[in-house]
Design a protein around this ligand. Sequence first.
Ligand code: EPU
Length: 328
Amino acid sequence: MRDGLGLAGIRVLNNAPIPTWFGVGGPAEVLASPATAAELQQCLRAHPGAKILGDGANLLVADAGVRGLVIDLSDRNRGELSNWREISGASTDHTVIEAGAAVHIFKLINATAELGLSGLENLAGIPATVGGAIAMNAGGKFGSMADVVLEVDCVHRGTGELRTLAASDCDFGYRHSCFSLGASVIVRARLRLLRHTAEQVKAKYKEVSAYKLSTQPMSASSAGCMFKNPTLVCARAAELGVSITAAAAAAGALRVSAGLLIDRAGCKGLRLGTASVSDQHGNFLTADKQGRADDVHALALEVSRRVAARFGITLEREVVMWGFDSAL
Ligand code: EPU
């Protein structure tokens, strides 16, 4: 399989499992683990359409798996893209760190908290690699990844060219960046963190983690929220009993929890085969051990159908899906 694939010198596995937080789904036909930015460029020049695997935290892979090349940029990839370092220590109020795409965000949050560097603790409890968190602009109530990004080095899929984008050129939005469309693949990023004390950062870390634990099924096999929170005009949101902040009133619209809508549509606890909707948070779909990705997919379709029938609202998928034909 290696010959003729343009992957000479790169660690490659055939028919390799794709680890995801759902814990279900089939293998990659070919899985490459580039150890350096140059190897990642080589992979993308040869396979511009390759799929990128981060922590598998926001990913559902079909039971049949995926054809073609998957590039492993998870923290199992032990190359230079799994390293991070502080690159500017001169300022008293902030610093800049540079982190490879494959660095796990939990490790980075822990390490920076120990150093009293603040910013990433707001993402506590959100599993991701640095690359995945930037691509999805991962986040929640306490902040999102874009809040700390200064610059991103990325490889253009078509040309294999390495370029640097300033945060203002990354098109960051709600769970979105230019990288979620996939024209370029993140290699590493420079992040701006504030200098606080380790005690302060750890206290915030605990607060964010406690909120997540009390509202979400953190130990279940899931990909976090399945759907994005839809934007509703204030009058519609008010009908649903959602409180309207001054900022939302001024904007005329706000994002309403998809979990709340799924809950109100009576879907909590709904089960289809080996997949179910969490009893704790409606937007978390979970898979049984040895479960089937196709059940998770069918359940997501059913949930979105019920929300549409009950409220006339079309939910947009947040979880990335590989290998499924039907649009969701
Ligand atoms: N709610 C319900 N029923 C539910 C879920 C929520 O009534 O089943 C209500 C809650 O009681 C609360 C409101 O909806 O009044 C908002 O709930 P929550 O604070 O849990 O936030 P969310 O809007 O549902 C978002 C993000 C989460 C993030 C949390 C907390 C999205 C799609 N979801 O959820 O992100 O963790 O805020 O910051 O943006 C993810 O993206 O994977 C994710 C989990």
